[in-house]
Ligand binder design. Structure first.
Ligand SMILES: CC(C)(COP(=O)(O)OP(=O)(O)OC[C@H]1O[C@@H](n2cnc3c(N)ncnc32)[C@H](O)[C@@H]1OP(=O)(O)O)[C@@H](O)C(=O)NCCC(=O)NCCS
Length: 290
């Protein structure tokens, strides 16, 4: 493997334009800023470096094959760069690339270079100028404890079925379920989230909300990692109460912005975020090397 790229040589502006569009929102800018700390493998193309591969060890272990994010630094309207990348990519690997939805020519070029569109994602944001009011529901909201890890894993495996792993025909359903079980468990372990709130009804787990507190341009932001309500408890305002309580706790922790991301076709989640004051701010497609 080639040595990791030194962070200072990442052309963040170009990567941003490709993956997050011409007016990238703060969440997208932060995502790319955090890339500077990741181990990136440059893809050489003569003396130009049009792209970098980011190793994804957690996904690789769970899916049983090498997994990478591909970050492209090129003019999204210039299809030639993408065509030149295809022969440089490892075979028998899962390689995902994000492209801003507005870049139609880049999407066509990715498809011509052997990438398949998986699904479109929406980023939402809202300001937190004051804590939102608490919701009255017939459920109790309590911080998840280490003893709740198994409960969270069970909910993770059941709840998340509209994501890019489940939408991918190359990924067996059981592997996508197991990946989400581990992701939700890692929220309760505190490795995938800073705080996880559990909703219980009559002592029975009904849903959860996990989030991180991030720092960007001198301001704190709360970013929802996962949120869900088990189907047998849905439509009772539990997710809205979990989200509003999370926003109140983010505000108390100093966050003045909140971010959340979901699939553009996840209408229940998009409705939930809109009902809690979030507005969409950017959209992108996940493509995966066929
Ligand atoms: C999205 C989800 C969390 C909603 O949970 P819920 O507890 O049933 O939602 P609530 O009862 O609190 O509803 C709050 C608002 O969300 C929206 N909403 C919820 N279910 C909806 C649906 N099926 N269709 C459209 N909007 C919906 C509505 O705006 C609703 O407000 P209203 O009842 O006043 O119209 C739940 O369907 C779920 O867990 N889905 C699977 C996991 C997931 O996709 N999570 C989000 C991505 S991480």
């Amino acid at each position: 493997m080639k040595p990791p790229q030194s962070p200072s040589s990442l052309p963040a502006g170009e990567i941003l334009r490709f993956s997050a569009g011409s007016s990238p929102d703060a969440r997208s800018r932060l995502d790319v800023e955090r890339l500077a700390g990741a181990a990136l493998r440059p893809l050489h193309d003569g003396d130009r470096m049009p792209a970098w591969l980011q190793d994804l060890p957690w996904e690789s272990e769970r899916l049983g094959a090498p997994c990478f994010n591909l970050w492209v630094s090129s003019d999204p309207e210039d299809a030639r760069t993408i065509a030149r990348l295809a022969p440089l990519l490892p075979r028998d690997a899962f390689i995902w690339v994000r492209v801003a939805s507005e870049h139609l020519r880049a999407r066509e070029a990715l498809a011509a270079a052997g990438f398949a569109p998986v699904l479109e994602m929406l980023n939402f944001a809202r300001r937190l100028s004051q804590p939102p009011p608490a919701e009255t529901i017939d459920a109790e909201l309590v911080p998840a404890l280490p003893s709740d890890i198994e409960v969270l894993a069970g909910m993770g495996a059941r709840l998340f079925t509209t994501d890019r792993f489940h939408a991918d025909r190359r990924i067996p359903r059981g592997a996508a379920d197991a990946l989400h079980a581990d992701w939700a468990a890692n929220c309760a372990r505190g490795t995938a989230a800073d705080v996880t709130l559990l909703a219980t009804r009559g002592g029975t787990p009904a849903g959860f909300h996990a989030w991180r507190i991030l720092s960007f341009e001198g301001e704190r932001a709360g970013a929802t990692v996962l949120i869900g309500t088990l189907p047998e408890h849905s439509g009772r305002g539990i997710a809205r109460a979990l989200l509003q309580e999370g926003l109140a706790r983010m505000f108390a922790g100093g966050a003045r912005t909140a971010w959340v991301r979901t699939e553009a076709a996840n209408h229940p989640a998009c409705g939930l975020y809109a009902s809690c004051g979030f507005a969409p701010c950017s959209r992108f497609w996940y493509f995966r090397m066929r």
